[in-house]
Design a protein around this ligand. Structure first.
Ligand SMILES: [Zn+2]
Length: 441
């Protein structure tokens, strides 16, 4: 018999200690966090290895071996956390306080909490199942919050044999309560939108602002930006959200259920759009988005500038070809005085299979442990390190297996981030049950 009460207490205490390590990124220093995990892994009989990608940047890998009948599963977590302003927290962001059934601290949800669950579930599997059909790899990465250059990206480039896996279990989605109704919906991220960063440069003529002329670079740029807004208004139903809505329709009352099931029909899609897009996260799954993030022009009150620049952050649906999107923007702008520069174009990215063995087992375990829940694949509007693993052909799934409400989710990168003991227990049970099933002989 597994003593889940004792394990939950152990998880809370371990997490509390881990949250007290200030692995902030920036500046980026994961050495203490890696040493902490290494110590607890060694103490449990693992042989963790630390890889330094740069001074102060540490990645950690540990492996629970199986007999190799099946290919490995990689449990991914990252050790770095985003900044936290202590004056705005009621519990210090690095206190690791355990109070009223919660563990508080920056990283509780993103994603030290999940790292601790993985570590304990892996150790439990080691004790309860000496015979296993595949290796499980525990990978604690550096630098996720700044793009993974010193973390997953570097490790995959330099140490792929140590990480190579059939399946990767990453962060991404959650069990969401009160988003799509009172019953929890586990959204498993299987693909991500892709970042395309562009600079638009308007070239005009300089002049005295007392005698305005048509070729003011600022006017040219503003007109061009206005023309790009039609891109933002073009919604479409990508196959992943289509499947998500179809899954969700089973839980919705009529007529919502009927609409969601039949979004393929353009009339129903149009009818449902206002309700769907009222939620920014869902709206972002249904279109390419564009945000103007930097504007630069002019320097003096009475001079018309000859140059004006805007930086755009576009997030493209997974099947988009960046060069085609840039051509489309040029056509929309239709002004030769505007120059386009690509600052960063995305690599082609694959989606992971929502019908794989891993996804099926995950859904079954979730159904068993949370019978009123629903599991569905999701297209993630944000980016995680999963993109690097998908490029290498691994099937990567993003789910923190806990149940949270919108209020709790707002603490993610926000104030008073925390995780409940109930969720630690649930997350441990889910992680353990999935690993147990996936390593069965
Ligand atoms: Zn994260």
């Amino acid at each position: 018999m597994i003593d889940w009460d004792a394990l939950t207490t152990e998880a809370a205490q371990l997490l509390s200690g881990y949250l007290q390590i200030q692995s902030l990124n920036p500046p980026g220093d994961e050495r203490a966090a890696a040493a902490f995990l290494a110590e607890h892994l060694r103490w449990r009989g693992f042989a963790p290895k630390i890889y330094e990608s740069a001074p102060h940047r540490a990645n950690l890998v540990a492996r629970l071996p199986g007999d190799g009948t099946k290919k490995p599963i990689l449990l991914y977590n990252h050790m770095d956390v985003v900044e936290a302003d202590p004056t705005r927290w009621s519990h210090g962001p690095f206190s690791g306080d355990i109070r009223d059934g919660y563990v508080y601290g920056r990283g509780a949800i993103d994603m030290k909490g999940m790292g601790i669950l993985q570590l304990l579930a892996l150790d439990l599997l080691r004790q309860t199942h000496p015979q296993r059909s595949r290796d499980i790899i525990f990978f604690a990465a550096a630098d996720e919050e700044k793009g993974g250059k010193f973390g997953a990206q570097w490790m995959i480039e330099h140490h792929w044999p140590e990480l190579e896996a059939e399946y990767v279990w990453d962060e991404g989605g959650f069990g969401l309560r009160d988003f799509f109704g009172p019953q929890p919906v586990f959204t498993v991220s299987i693909a991500e939108k892709k970042d395309l960063w562009l600079k638009m440069i308007a070239h005009g003529d300089p002049g005295h602002s007392g005698m305005p002329h048509e070729n003011n670079a600022i006017n040219i740029l503003l007109r061009a930006l206005d023309r790009l807004r039609s891109l933002e208004a073009a919604y479409e139903l990508h196959p992943i959200p289509r499947r998500m809505f179809r899954d969700l329709s089973e839980r919705m009352p009529f007529p919502k259920s009927f609409l969601l099931k039949n979004l393929d029909n353009p009339r129903f899609f149009r009818l449902a759009l206002p309700a769907l897009t009222a939620n920014h996260t869902i709206a972002a799954m249904l279109k390419d988005t564009m945000s103007i993030t930097v504007l630069q022009a002019g320097g003096k009150e009475n001079i018309i500038p000859e140059r004006a620049e805007a930086t755009l952050d576009l997030r493209l649906l997974p099947d988009r070809v960046p060069a085609e999107v840039v051509e489309k923007l040029k056509r929309l702008v239709d002004d030769r005085r505007i120059e386009f520069q690509i600052l960063q174009a995305p690599e082609p990215a694959a989606s992971s299979d929502p019908d794989s063995e891993f996804f099926r087992v995950l859904s079954e375990v979730l159904f068993e442990l949370v019978p009123d829940g629903l599991t569905t694949p999701m297209l993630s509007p944000g980016t995680t390190d999963s993109a690097f693993f998908r490029q290498k052909g691994a099937q990567s799934y993003g789910l923190f297996p806990i149940i949270i409400t919108p209020g709790e989710l707002a603490r993610f990168h926000g104030i008073d981030e925390r995780i409940s003991l109930d969720n630690l227990r649930l997350g441990l049970q889910i992680t353990y049950r999935v690993l147990e099933t996936m390593t069965r002989m």
